[in-house]
Design a binder for this molecule. Structure first.
Ligand SMILES: Cc1cc2nc3c(=O)[nH]c(=O)nc-3n(C[C@H](O)[C@H](O)[C@H](O)COP(=O)(O)O)c2cc1C
Length: 111
């Protein structure tokens, strides 16, 4: 799969999962990353200070769609991420059917 090389060997993955679907996806992704020699460290968004995250390593973000967007505390986390140059970032959204406003996310991401 394309894109794995740019992540380096370590990823910090920040996630929120209310009912477990996002965590399920995250666990499957960890298997895929591990098979490619990439070590993933999980962090719960609700317990993480976005100002203190490690921007030297690749960042993964995973959370559910809610109200055709996502939860306000997830938005707050995204908006508070530090600005960096060149930190690889990827995002995973889980949802039931549809969403409307996640296209706004990239402007808040570190790089
Ligand atoms: C309060 C709430 C609002 C939701 N709003 C949407 C929505 O607008 N669109 C959608 O497709 N799914 C919506 N869902 C479904 C979740 O995005 C979906 O079940 C997701 O996989 C849940 O992830 P989790 O189990 O990690 O919490 C909503 C779920 C909840 C609890």
């Amino acid at each position: 799969m394309r894109g794995f090389n740019m992540l380096g060997t370590q990823v910090n993955l920040y996630y929120y999962s209310g009912t477990g679907n996002t965590l399920l996806v995250v666990k499957e992704m960890i298997k895929i990353f591990s098979a490619r020699g990439i070590q993933v460290t999980l962090h719960k968004i609700e317990y993480t200070d976005p100002k203190k995250i490690d921007t030297e390593k690749a960042i993964g973000l995973a959370f559910p769609v809610a109200f055709q967007s996502t939860f306000p505390f997830v938005w707050n986390f995204l908006k508070a991420l530090p600005q960096t140059e060149g930190t690889p970032v990827f995002m995973i959204d889980t949802m039931m059917a549809f969403m409307r406003s996640m296209h706004a996310v990239p402007q808040f991401l570190p790089s």
